[in-house]
Design a protein around this ligand. Structure first.
Ligand SMILES: [Fe+2]
Length: 338
């Protein structure tokens, strides 16, 4: 007998603190015409909340975020993207440089780089941003990344020592940290898509990575190593048990017939999430998700992404003066000579 997504009986107390009523970063007051062509969207749940800036990386449809304490300008980056063209073998920094330009323009002080999980569909720019801004900025990820590192290291020929000086902080459920003097952030473990997956609750803004998608898309796949649909259902249930006005920010969006969006409230998900709205049972979700995942193709950048992302965005150790990204080949016919 499975569980069911239902309305919460116990609500978590918001963890944000009271801020100044004045924010020089609050661009929501700018005329719409001035915001239309900006490469970011601005969100602020209420006057007490952090400023959230969302940047779309269009090639992989990834959302990158900068969250800002408007008083001190201490800020964190979530899930920055490194551009990779597999056809030409070119790594570039267009998406990350937009973030860096914004940080410079707004005079932000980046104090943390946050990864929601080891992404399998795009490469992380965490290491590039860290080395460009300040080598002391910690790159943070869920502690279960070590499970994925252990699984994938042999596949890509990486040694244990290759992971030294990659991630700096390993987070677990309910860990807390501050941004500036007044913004509290809480870690929530959201397994299912991947086992290491975490989210970040910053006041009413919750950064969910790939633990939930926009309501018309529903959910992400749960068939990567260590992932499973049952855990994903539990993680979605946890998110949907938050207060209705909490804002769930997603890690990707793949819109059909609408513009890219990055946020919907818990209340909207409760009513409309295609795979997990209120009343959905665990059995229904798991049956759907497992059947769907069986017919999904392998992500285009799976291997380049994983061998870079399990090292916090560091490229594999160079050999012969060149960087090599490996693609393991499976022999569908064992008679193919080695
Ligand atoms: Fe992902």
């Amino acid at each position: 007998m499975g569980t069911t997504i239902c309305r919460p009986t116990r609500r978590k107390t918001p963890t944000y603190s009271i801020l100044s009523t004045h924010s020089r970063l609050n661009s929501s007051s700018s005329p719409r015409s001035q915001q239309a062509n900006l490469p970011w969207k601005h969100y602020k749940a209420d006057i007490e909340s952090a400023d959230v800036f969302a940047f779309l990386e269009p090639v992989t449809s990834s959302w990158q975020y900068i969250i800002v304490d408007p008083i001190t300008r201490e800020s964190a980056i979530i899930d920055p993207v490194l551009d990779y063209n597999p056809a030409s073998g070119t790594l570039s920094t267009t998406a990350a440089d937009i973030l860096l330009g914004f940080i410079k323009e707004k005079d932000l002080n980046i104090v943390r780089i946050l990864e929601t999980h080891a992404h399998a569909d795009h490469l992380s720019a965490s290491q590039y941003i860290k080395q460009t801004l300040d080598a002391k900025i910690p790159i943070c990820i869920g502690k279960r990344i070590k499970q994925l590192q252990g699984h994938f290291a042999p596949i890509y020929g990486l040694e244990t020592t290759d992971f030294l000086e990659s991630f700096d902080v390993f987070l677990e459920d309910e860990d807390q940290f501050q941004l500036g003097s007044s913004i509290s952030c809480e870690v929530i473990h959201l397994p299912g898509h991947t086992p290491d997956h975490i989210g970040f609750m910053v006041g009413k803004a919750v950064f969910t990575g790939d633990s939930i998608f926009m309501p018309d898309l529903g959910s992400a796949r749960a068939d990567f190593p260590g992932g499973n649909a049952k855990d994903l259902f539990s993680s979605m249930s946890r998110l949907l048990s938050l207060p209705e006005d909490y804002q769930l920010f997603v890690g990707h969006d793949y819109p059909v017939g609408r513009q890219h969006e990055c946020m919907a409230t818990v209340g909207v998900h409760q009513e409309k999430n295609k795979h997990g709205k209120l009343g959905t049972t665990e059995t229904q979700f798991v049956q759907f998700r497992e059947a769907r995942d069986k017919v999904l193709g392998t992500p285009r950048l799976l291997h380049p992404s994983l061998q870079v992302n399990i090292r916090a965005g560091k490229l594999p150790p160079a050999s012969n003066g060149r960087v090599w990204l490996k693609t393991p080949a499976q022999l569908a016919n064992p008679m193919i000579p080695l």
